[in-house]
Design a protein around this ligand. Structure first.
Ligand SMILES: *Cc1c(COP(=O)(O)O)cnc(C)c1O
Length: 370
């Protein structure tokens, strides 16, 4: 048996005709930049995400960048974020010239530790950037309180968490601004790069919209220096076909997570393999199903030999990355993130994975630890 980490073909096949229709519609119109498809997508996603202003952009990375630009964050400013995430989180902060102030994670949830955020805040803190890692919301109540007290903005990195909830509300609604990614392997994936910025603040929404096209509200007149951060009309058309299916895909991922829990329990593995948690009041969307295991790299090689693809998100925290050497960190600074980097393993959890495939994965893990 072969169990891929994700099978995009399986998702595409039943939608093929509809997606081809949408692509054909854009080609027949020959309107590739902004226009009606992008406007319709933004309207539809604003309703789905329960947020007022929604701006389609060129990628999740550019969403983070343009959000920080809209807040006017730059040299001399600090942004507090987790040391354990995809590179774009800290990269975007450094790219606007600000300092990423890194904090450790809570070991059970892998999201940034609010107590550590509190300690990291200084008068230079302009924003806090929580990451809803693997599809689980960060602990937002204390983070919102800390930000309010510090007079800092919140930029949510919701790239992995579209549709996740915290105390009944969807992620993306907590921050001053929030950023989503439609990278093809994200839970809602485009046919290439695309992303989204959301906000409840009208002025910030207009600023992001202007920055997306070189900082001009009127063509060739520029109030600010922006860039080309536009989402393609072709991507918008594809996303409009896929977005209505997201809820069903998320339910399937959640059901697959339950199946893993049952299978791991049946095999008596739950003392060796630590499963992801979903604390009370949180709704996990399982962008990834990440377990903690001893002898992780050997297990990974064993599964690979069995035809099971897994991945390590992420093997090296930001504070130990070569490009951030100037931040002055060393091994031991953030022990929970370092431990996680050595222990985490993502198992196949995509919507279409079968119970038979999941059983094969768990049996393979049981065989390794026997
Ligand atoms: C995917 C991702 C991004 C960047 O999104 P792209 O669309 O790939 O640029 C940012 N942050 C996190 C946490 C991500 O997982």
């Amino acid at each position: 048996m072969r169990v891929p980490l994700i099978d995009l073909q399986a998702q595409y096949r039943p939608l093929r005709t509809e997606i081809m229709g949408a692509i054909t519609r854009v080609c027949d119109e020959q309107r590739f930049i902004l226009g009606p498809e992008v406007e319709a997508l933004e309207r539809e996603l604003a309703a789905m995400l329960e947020v007022k202003h929604v701006i389609g952009v060129s990628s999740g990375t550019d969403a983070l960048l343009v959000a920080l630009m809209a807040l006017g964050i730059g040299p001399g400013d600090e942004v507090v974020t987790t040391t354990f995430s995809f590179f774009a989180t800290a990269g975007s902060i450094a790219r606007v010239g600000a300092r990423p102030v890194l904090v450790d994670i809570e070991p059970a949830t892998f999201t940034l530790d609010p107590a550590a955020v509190e300690r990291a805040v200084t008068p230079k803190t302009k924003a806090i950037m929580p990451v809803h890692l693997y599809g689980l919301s960060a602990e937002m109540d204390p983070i919102v309180q800390i930000a309010e007290r510090a007079g800092a903005a919140i930029v949510e990195d919701a790239a992995q968490a579209i549709g996740a909830r915290y105390k009944g509300r969807q992620v993306g609604g907590f921050g001053t601004l929030a950023c989503f990614s439609f990278f093809p392997t994200k839970n809602l994936g485009a046919f290439g790069d695309a992303g989204l910025v959301t906000t409840h603040d009208e002025a910030l929404g207009s600023r992001v919209r202007a920055l997306r096209t070189h900082g001009g509200e009127r063509r060739y007149y520029h109030q600010r220096i922006g860039g080309n951060f536009r989402i393609d009309a072709l991507q918008a058309a594809v996303l409009r076909v896929k977005a209505p299916h997201l809820r069903g895909w998320t339910e399937a991922r959640r059901a697959n997570a339950s199946t893993y829990r049952r299978l791991f329990a049946e095999q008596g593995l739950t003392s060796i393999v630590r499963l992801p948690v979903e604390p009370d009041g949180f709704s996990h969307i399982y962008h990834q199903f990440v377990v903690r295991v001893p002898r992780r790299d050997q297990l990974r090689a064993h599964l690979d030999r069995l035809g099971v693809t897994t991945e390590v998100y992420y093997p090296l925290p930001f504070h130990l990355q070569e490009c951030f050497r100037a931040l002055g960190h060393r091994t031991g600074d953030f022990p929970e993130a370092e431990r996680a980097a050595a222990e985490v393993l993502a198992l196949p959890i995509f919507a279409e994975v079968t119970e038979e495939q999941q059983r094969y994965v768990v049996d393979g893990i049981a065989e390794f630890y026997r």
